[in-house]
Design a protein around this ligand. Structure first.
Ligand code: NI
Length: 146
């Protein structure tokens, strides 16, 4: 079966943007899965931009609040830097705490990448598209390229 992917970059300490986007991703995937024909065609992936704090355990626990379907990924600082560069994801640490260097946020771009089974990025979904619109777009694409 051909697997398409939705790839999103964020971090588990993100106060509001990432939760919103992960809810959106969950809605998109649930909508695709609700079609009998294309169930499991779309794999949602969350990649952290905060490998220092986001251990695999922390990511799994965080994602369990949204959907069991989302695959969480982290890596070394260098690996994350490489992949965010490849996807042109803007991400920059902003320290908010005083002396506590572990108290920071990460400014990051907010895009959901729609990637086809060959690894080609077909489109990116910004905040201007809601879950319904994204799901319809994905469904149209899968139907036409099947
Ligand atoms: Ni975020």
């Amino acid at each position: 079966m051909k697997k398409y992917k939705l790839i999103y970059f964020g971090f588990t300490h993100c106060p509001d943007i990432c939760p919103e986007e992960l809810e959106k991703i969950t809605k998109i995937v649930d909508k695709i899965d609700s079609t009998r024909l294309y169930k499991s065609y779309l794999i949602p992936i969350f990649v952290t931009c905060d490998p220092e704090r986001d251990t695999p355990e922390a990511i799994n626990e965080y994602l369990s609040d949204f959907s069991q379907k989302i695959i969480g990924l982290t890596g070394s600082k260098e690996e994350i830097e490489k992949v965010t560069k490849q996807f042109r994801v803007y991400n920059r640490k902003s320290v908010i705490g005083g002396s506590d260097s572990n108290d920071y946020l990460i400014d990051h771009s907010i895009y959901i990448y729609f990637v086809d089974p060959d690894g080609i990025c077909i489109d990116v979904f910004g905040k201007n598209k809601d879950a319904e619109q994204c799901a319809n777009y994905v469904l149209e694409h899968i139907k036409n390229k099947k």
